[in-house]
Design a protein around this ligand. Structure first.
Ligand SMILES: [Zn+2]
Length: 261
């Protein structure tokens, strides 16, 4: 069994404010990165325990340079670095299962800790074929392009609920915190969270055959919306056309294009 893991930072255990995730290299950010590495190692342990032969972990937050080499699990591969050619680095049809670790609910989710879609500052929102999607659906679509079913998602309660809404009840959701607002909630210790993640990984690998790759119909109509006209005016579209004061629309031929408005 080969597993591809996509990581984010906002849904990692112990992370609860944007001060930990937005600015690189601060003490708070470095602490969040260490917590990310702890969650990843717990996941890798569980996956190996359940028989995974290969685990590739992709650094997906911000510019994509969050991993700390000395905290890498010796039996996993870590895909990281900046100036990426595309969003599916190292991904191919050879993977049997996918995991989204440290994810968060889509923009506008009430009580979703650190909720946003792509940009935590500008408040972008995305619709595909008329359905609003967050990063869980976006990442799952890209994995689905390669026939990889997402079998496990970690984050807060709202993240797990969103994963189930898009991916079905077979997906294993591991909640490591519960949101009371966008930047506050109830946390558990990293040790508690990591134990839950390890156990969730074992359970998830047992469900691979029951989980389908996430797919939507193509060609797809995508809509990107900004919260106000001023932000929309500043956006430089690559392929989309403006539809009103705040929205842009584009047609996508494959899941690999869905970020490119
Ligand atoms: Zn992020």
């Amino acid at each position: 069994m080969r597993v591809y893991v996509s990581t984010d930072l906002e849904g990692v255990s112990g992370v609860c404010t944007f001060e930990q995730t937005r600015e690189r290299g601060t003490d708070l950010n470095n602490e969040a990165r260490r917590l990310l590495m702890g969650d990843v190692s717990a996941l890798v342990e569980g996956l190996l325990e359940a028989g995974a032969a290969r685990v590739a972990v992709m650094d997906g937050h911000g510019g994509g340079f969050n991993f700390i080499p000395e905290l890498m699990h010796p039996e996993a591969e870590y895909i990281t670095g900046v100036a990426r050619p595309h969003a599916a680095l190292g991904m191919d049809e050879g993977f049997d299962a996918g995991v989204l670790l440290g994810y968060h609910a889509m923009a506008g989710t009430e009580k979703g800790m650190l909720h946003h879609t792509q940009s935590s500052k500008s408040g972008n929102r995305y619709w595909y074929n008329g359905r609003e999607c967050g990063e869980i659906a976006q990442s799952s679509l890209v994995m689905g392009h390669f026939g990889i079913p997402v079998v496990m998602v970690t984050g807060d309660d709202a993240t797990c609920a969103e994963a189930e809404a898009f991916l079905g009840e077979r997906v294993v959701g591991v909640s490591v915190k519960k949101g009371y607002g966008r930047e506050c909630g109830c946390l558990r210790s990293p040790a508690w969270c990591q134990d839950a993640i390890r156990r969730g990984a074992v359970q998830a690998l047992g469900r691979v055959k029951d989980c389908e790759p996430f797919r939507m119909d193509f060609p797809m109509e995508g809509v990107l919306r900004f919260p106000d006209k001023e932000t929309a005016d500043a956006f430089q579209p690559r392929r989309s056309r403006r539809i009103d004061d705040t929205g842009f629309e584009a047609t996508f031929e494959s899941a690999l294009e869905i970020y490119g408005f």
